[in-house]
Design a protein. Structure first.
Length: 608
């Protein structure tokens, strides 16, 4: 099987399986197997650098390149994952304009020596003067990889749902258009994939004719909007009203989805989750895999994976053949998807290693460097044997802790940290079994036999009780036995007297765990004991069962809240629980959402 390129707007990389019940047990590696992909381009990651985890970066058999937002939190973000056994890029960059630099370097990509550049950067005068290249590339919207065969651009184009970012969206698409055309002019082939947030044809969005009729706009006016006009001039077969723009006289990319499915209806890749329009397939096609004309015959298939849930988008993919033709000769694709000498005639000659990592690889980030997988965290062996004899420093921490790879923290040893104004060093109490520690007249201490507490011993030590559950308020409290003094703080104590922040067992914790005779709680009197069953009945009578209206289908309605600005913002209402149908409108007498609408303030159980 050939190399498969998949693009997916995951709408948050933290939960790549979305609503699937088994998402918690799956890994990124399993997700890639489900996608059956070799190159995975993800958009709208909604994370920052500090949010990266082992399972995102140290995926066995994969490398990854990120472009994350520099300023905005939980916003945008693009990543490209590559399967090491199949393909290995020779260059990697983030951003479109080349103004950014590789990690650990102050030199912009466009200022590097020519042999280290991907190239095609916009030249002075190619972009309108009002475009700020740093602003365009600071939102984490583009990752570019170069293989010997082609350059792949994974991008997340700005959306424009409220019309406030028209200029930024157009500027981004203009920069993207210029970069692609410059690369093609250099003789390089290009694959562009990602969420472009642009509709190509009327069949690529549901209910377009009706929507335009309501807005009083013609179809020509709709597709002549700046963003769609730029996109159509980029596409082979794109419809451009009037003359083409200067420097855009020639279309240069094929839409692979339409190449293999030219007339397919309902081939949507994005749906409105607020309206639950996915079951009725009322959506739009705004995710693409595009390629240079000379690469068109390299692909054997292109399609969408509309059945894969997890986002408001579905994945789109294109499959490349094992053997492609270049200048009339058959060439194994893997020879062209890896550095020279790694493959020959489709056979591997040299194994992939960390020497093939590029500067942009996330595996070179400090917290992930030199670690092959998440298992290293748990099975890493100490570099030298444990040290038995050790001196105790002035703050009570043993030097043996460092040599044994045990953090010299009071939390681990159960030692109370002294107050800042205390001059006395607190040491572990001496016991007959361990020999203890002797204090010298000067105040220092020397160990006779160091004490090491095992993990099992640490878990048995008393600690302050955490937050109680709601059921704890209804359970009768029992008095502690006098011969075994124990005291558990009740809810009032735990909230009124929170423990001060400190490491180890604080004075507050010691008091709660091992009280003195004067601290013993008085057993509650029988008349103050709360009966659990009776309390439940009381709550049920007080709250009662919530009654919701029925829709025309006889089903319980769902409650939503108005978020649109205006007089009714913040008001809740009831509607039919069923999804919208293919028409995108409420229907009567069908299996889709009916016209039931009731304001919550107007509803009582007697209304229906």
């Amino acid at each position: 099987m050939g190399i498969r390129i998949t693009s997916w707007n995951v709408n948050g990389i933290r939960n790549p399986f979305g609503y699937q019940p088994w998402r918690e047990t799956r890994s990124f590696e399993s997700m890639f197997d489900i996608l059956e992909a070799d190159i995975v381009v993800m958009q709208e990651l909604k994370i920052q650098r500090k949010d990266l985890r082992d399972d995102m970066v140290l995926v066995p058999g994969w490398d990854v390149y990120f472009s994350l937002p520099k300023h905005k939190k939980g916003y945008s973000g693009v990543a490209i994952y590559t399967r090491n056994s199949v393909c290995s890029p020779i260059r990697a960059e983030e951003g479109i304009t080349g103004c950014l630099s590789a990690p650990g370097s102050d030199i912009a990509y466009r200022d590097l020596p020519e042999e280290q550049q991907i190239g095609g950067y916009p030249r002075p005068g190619q972009l309108p003067g009002e475009i700020d290249d740093v602003a365009l590339d600071s939102e984490g919207r583009c990752v570019i990889l170069e293989f010997p065969a082609f350059v792949i651009i994974g991008t997340y184009s700005p959306a424009n749902s409220d019309g406030t970012r028209d200029d930024f969206k157009v500027s981004y698409l203009e920069a993207l258009d210029v970069r692609i055309r410059n690369l093609v002019a250099m003789g390089k082939q290009v694959v562009l994939t990602g969420d472009l947030n642009v509709v190509r044809d009327p069949i690529d969005t549901a209910g377009l004719h009706e929507r335009l009729r309501k807005e009083g706009m013609t179809m020509d006016d709709y597709f002549s909007m700046p963003s769609r006009r730029i996109f159509h001039q980029l596409l082979i077969g794109g419809k451009v009203k009037g003359g083409r723009d200067e420097s855009r006289e020639k279309p240069i990319l094929w839409d692979l989805g339409r190449l293999f499915h030219p007339d397919r209806q309902g081939m949507y890749t994005c749906w409105d989750t607020k309206k639950n329009s996915r079951p009725g397939n009322f959506g739009s096609r705004i995710d693409y895999v595009l390629c240079s004309p000379s690469m068109k015959e390299w692909f054997s298939d292109a399609n969408i994976q509309e059945g894969l849930m997890g986002s408001d988008h579905c994945p789109v993919f294109a499959v490349m053949k094992d053997v492609v033709q270049i200048d009339g000769k058959d060439v194994h694709l893997r020879d062209l998807m890896n550095p020279a000498g790694m493959f020959e005639n489709g056979k591997r000659l040299q194994e992939w290693s960390t020497r093939n990592l590029l500067p942009l690889s996330a595996k070179l980030i400090a917290e992930f460097d030199r670690r092959q997988s998440i298992k290293d965290m748990f099975f890493k062996k100490p570099s030298q044997p444990a040290y038995i004899g050790a001196a105790v420093s002035a703050n009570g921490a043993s030097e043996s802790a460092t040599r044994m790879h045990i953090p010299p923290s009071p939390v681990k040893s159960g030692i109370t940290t002294p107050a800042p104004d205390s001059n006395e060093t607190i040491l572990p109490a001496a016991t007959p079994s361990n020999g203890g520690l002797k204090r010298t007249p000067s105040g220092s201490a020397t160990p006779q036999r160091p004490t090491t507490k095992t993990k099992a011993a640490l878990t048995k030590e008393p600690s302050s009780k955490g937050q109680s559950s709601l059921m704890g308020f209804f359970k009768p409290k029992t008095a502690p036995k006098p011969e075994m003094p124990q005291s558990v703080p009740n809810s009032e104590e735990s909230t009124a007297s929170p423990p001060p922040p400190s490491s180890g067992i604080s004075e507050y914790d010691e008091k709660q765990a091992s009280p003195n005779k004067g601290d013993l709680q008085v057993p509650p009197s029988p008349e103050k004991v709360i009966d659990q069953v009776q309390s439940r009945e009381t709550w049920s009578k007080l709250l009662g069962k919530r009654v919701v209206p029925k829709c025309e289908h006889g089903e319980d309605c769902i409650s939503l809240v108005t978020k649109k600005a205006g007089f009714n913002k913040g008001r809740s209402f009831y509607i039919c629980p069923r999804p919208l149908g293919p028409s995108g409108e409420k229907e009567k007498g069908t299996e889709w959402r009916c016209g039931t609408f009731i304001w919550s303030s107007d509803w009582t159980s007697k209304s229906q």
